[in-house]
Design a protein around this ligand. Structure first.
Ligand SMILES: [Zn+2]
Ligand SMILES: [Zn+2]
Length: 126
């Protein structure tokens, strides 16, 4: 009688792969649109980007809601990875100081568990 201990793992792999694909597609969707709409310049330090280093230019959501992507791009801002980090740590400090909790930052798993992972991988790539 064959033993099939990997059935659950296979199912889990499929679910994970599908979630990752969805996350990547959503990310690509607004990133591509933002890159078409705005010049490739960091909105904070004014560093300019070309195709070769474009992976270091990220799309920031002004209201910190990654699901809020209006067609006119008003919620997007292009930031280099360094300024983007600063922007988010400032936001967290500000919000913590004011006594709110930030679901997106504290519990990213509720929204898009792979967005942060992908961003970290892109950050690590030189
Ligand atoms: Zn910058
Ligand atoms: Zn951001």
């Amino acid at each position: 009688m064959p033993i099939q201990p990997t059935i659950d793992n296979n199912k889990l792999d499929r679910i994970v792969a599908e979630a990752r694909r969805n996350a990547e597609q959503r990310e690509l969707g607004y990133r591509e649109r933002a890159l078409k709409m705005y010049p490739w310049i960091c909105g904070r330090c004014a560093r300019e980007f070309t195709r070769t280093n474009l992976s270091e230019l990220t799309v920031h959501h002004r209201n910190h809601d990654h699901d809020f992507n209006p067609a006119d791009g008003s919620n997007w801002e292009l930031l280099c990875v360094y300024c983007h980090d600063n922007e988010h740590s400032r936001y967290i400090d500000h919000v913590r100081g004011a006594g709110y909790s930030v679901q997106e930052e504290v519990a990213p798993a509720t929204g898009n568990p792979f967005a942060d992972l992908k961003a970290m991988m892109e950050r690590g790539r030189k």
